[in-house]
Design a protein around this ligand. Structure first.
Ligand SMILES: [Zn+2]
Length: 559
């Protein structure tokens, strides 16, 4: 009898011991070792790794020998452009190797996302292997206007946000200088804007990212002479702030050339541009008899001028020619813009490196799908992740839509070399991660990214619940279609909240999920009416998170 109980005891002991060994150890003293002679970029990537760990749990970064975990950073070409490897080193440390500096940044991102953060400390990733991105152009376009988050938040918040996009695999930051908001480049508001975003671009470069700007459309300044104004273009979807200029008027063309030469010179003083996106509409485009069809005539002259002037200042800069606004579901190219662009590229395509194409909401330009990409150039897309089917944008918190974006991507994933999502703020952070997942691995399922995001930003224990929440959010996305599942989503969020660390619970990424669930439940219970103290407080908190007090599409205000 005694012997039997001893056997059972020993069996239980060894089973427990083996289970303990199988689970990776939680540590709270970590050392990060950089390669010898690291440059500023590698040092900055190491700082991001350290900052991410210490802001998510109580673990400490140390430099001495008594670390419980050593993470070595390394750069070794041969993995594949921008790829990385995570491996165990002979001395027991974990090694993150980038093929290049960007690969190191993306490897650090993968390591961080597959590690876990608990009140007990940090549990390092058990993910091992190599990964190389399939799409080469993976940009995030931040719409820097309207006093949205990017314009209004403290600049360090914006910089940290850009770093987080780098961790997800974005290799390029793109912004737009909104000429229509300023009275010339010497306008104090323009100076403030340029100082701010040149700083943000420099900081993006300091972690190895590429940077670019979108300009074009013959977009003027607020105080451009009225006699230079364009003839309004047909189609409301093409956008119109009313200050686009007509480059077929000789004095207007001189004015535009001076204006954009001045802008490129100004940027050149501080930042080297890696890509330039020539944009046809919104703002801009002219329908006069000498410019129209804009995409086949005025816009092409404009883009060719930019190609010369941009490359004169930034010889390595890639020219991306946008076809945004060439067609939509109601107007599939009656004006010959595609044909005109094809004709010009057939004569000479030295002014174009890529074609950008996309439509509004569920539409992707038919021309590309049936006729191919003009000039057979590499194609990049422009998914609209911010404004689709919800107004005010971001006004209700997080707006994830994995199925929607997977469906849109499936139409072109076999022909695209990447793209850049259109972003108005941080509420669509998960959509940005989903798109980054597609660009890294075109066949990746959106929900795989949702799970990876939830495990990293919230808790591995909250992953299943948050996946269900995201499915409900997408189903209830349109404000006139919020169903009883909103009650279930709120219950799941409240339950999940119990399993996450205090750091994650108070972070904005959790709050925008929590508040979305709360607002949807309240809207369902109030038959769609925005009313009551609960909603009032939730909208006010969202406004604070976005720093959107001065933004015209800020969350609703309840009196
Ligand atoms: Zn014109």
């Amino acid at each position: 009898m005694k012997t039997t109980s001893t056997v059972i005891f020993l069996a239980a002991y060894f089973l427990a011991a083996s289970l303990c060994r199988a689970a990776p150890d939680t540590v709270d003293r970590i050392r990060v070792v950089m390669p010898p002679n690291s440059d500023e970029i590698v040092k900055n990537i190491a700082s991001i790794l350290q900052h991410q760990i210490t802001s998510r749990c109580e673990a400490k970064l140390i430099t001495g020998d008594d670390a419980e975990l050593t993470v070595k950073l390394s750069i070794e070409p041969g993995i594949g452009a921008e790829g990385f490897r995570i491996s165990d080193d002979a001395d027991g440390s974990i090694k993150i190797t980038g093929n290049d500096r960007r690969g190191l940044l993306f490897g650090v991102g993968k390591f961080l996302r597959s590690s876990r953060y608990d009140q007990g400390g940090f549990t390092p990733s058990t993910w091992r292997g190599e990964s190389v991105p399939k799409c080469s152009y993976r940009a995030a376009y931040l719409a820097t206007h309207f006093r949205n988050f990017y314009e209004a938040a403290p600049i360090e918040e914006v910089v940290h946000y850009v770093e987080s996009l780098g961790l997800w695999g974005y290799n390029t930051l793109v912004i737009h200088y909104p000429t229509w908001a300023f009275n010339g480049i010497s306008d104090p508001a323009a100076r403030e804007w340029l100082d701010r975003f040149k700083h943000v671009m420099r900081r993006a470069k300091s972690i190895g990212l590429a940077v670019g700007i979108i300009q074009g459309g013959a977009e003027g300044y607020k105080n451009s002479p009225k006699e230079f104004y364009k003839t309004k273009v047909p189609g409301e979807w093409r956008g119109n702030f009313g200050i686009g200029l007509c480059p077929s008027k000789p004095a207007a063309l001189t004015y535009l050339h001076n204006m954009y030469s001045e802008l490129l010179d100004d940027i050149k003083k501080d930042v080297e541009l890696d890509c330039f996106i020539s944009w046809p509409y919104d703002e801009g485009g002219c329908a006069c008899k000498d410019c129209w069809p804009w995409g086949a005539r005025g816009f092409i002259n404009n883009s060719k001028w930019f190609a010369v002037e941009v490359r004169r200042r930034f010889p390595e800069c890639k020219m991306i020619i946008s076809t945004w606004g060439f067609e939509n579901e109601n107007d599939t190219n009656p004006d010959g813009e595609w044909i005109g662009l094809e004709r010009e590229l057939a004569k000479d395509e030295s002014w174009a490196d890529y074609i950008l194409a996309d439509g509004h909401n569920n539409y992707f330009p038919k021309y590309i799908l049936t006729e191919g990409v003009p000039g057979n150039l590499p194609l990049v897309n422009f998914p609209e992740i911010s404004m689709f089917d919800q107004t005010p944008w971001g006004g209700y918190g997080a707006n994830p839509a994995p199925s929607h974006f997977e469906e849109l991507w499936s139409r072109i994933k076999h022909i695209a070399v990447g793209g850049m999502p259109y972003s108005e703020g941080i509420y669509e952070d998960l959509n940005k991660a989903i798109i980054a997942g597609f660009y890294w691995e075109p066949d990746r399922k959106a929900e795989e990214t949702v799970k990876e995001y939830a495990a990293f930003e919230f808790s591995p224990g909250a992953t299943d619940a948050m996946l269900e929440v995201v499915r409900i959010f997408e189903k209830n996305h349109r404000r006139d279609r919020i169903g009883p599942s909103a009650i279930r989503a709120f219950e799941l969020v409240e339950k999940a909240e119990k399993s996450i660390t205090p750091q994650a619970r108070t972070a904005w990424r959790w709050r925008i999920f929590y508040l979305r669930a709360l607002i949807d439940k309240e809207l369902f219970q109030h038959e769609g009416k925005r009313e009551g103290e609960v909603m009032k407080k939730a909208f006010a908190e969202l406004t604070d998170i976005y720093h959107a007090q001065g933004c015209w599409f800020k969350p609703p205000k309840i009196k």
